[in-house]
Design a protein around this ligand. Sequence first.
Ligand code: PEP
Length: 248
Amino acid sequence: MRQSLIMGNWKMNGSAESAKSLCNAIIEGLNTGDAGIAVCAPYVYLADLQALTADSPLAVGAQNVADQASGAYTGEISATMLKEFGCEYALVGHSERRTYYGDTDESVAARFCQAQAEGVVPVLCIGETLAEREANETFNVVNRQLDAVIEKAGIEALSNAVIAYEPVWAIGTGVTASDDQAQEVHKAIRERIGAKDQAIADKIQILYGGSMKPANAKGLLGMADIDGGLIGGASLDAQSFLDIYHSV
Ligand code: PEP
């Protein structure tokens, strides 16, 4: 039985004050169950969150990580630095990074390896655009994004990683994949991993992301291969985020 994981992605929102109060409201309202819970916050708030979450089950993650270990990479944040600030997770390959900041399959694979080398669990985000879905390219795209990481890191690397299937057309749009649409892709991802290593496939958490809200969470989270959610907009409201968590 895989543990579920509910993870928020705050993106570039909030202020030092609002980040602290959102974090406190989540901790206060949390009835911890078997599922894990985490928030991926902007880098500059990680130190505050590290302190606030120290005695709570709420884990902290970053929204990206550098593809190099250290050196002359102005503006980048290394996995070692994330570890220093208590990050358990780092998103890699979020579609907004791929679309706006030029993250490629190769650089995402390098980020994945950097995170893992420091004991930060990479959350590999993969998913197709609307045009790709309409061109029946969904599985090719998702396979390509997944294979790039497996080629660089090796299949064993997935034994300590999380995957987030996030159809780009569902992110921040209010349009969510149906339960069956999401399950179909999650199952295919698990089967592709299983073709290389069934034990890892059985164990890996595959989260769904894309306009998940309290109203649609129960259906999505009830699907056999959906092990949790990566939640953007709804994670900025403590009650919505907690409602999703408590619906697991
Ligand atoms: C995300 O940013 O990963 C995401 C899923 O956003 P939203 O929930 O707002 O669609």
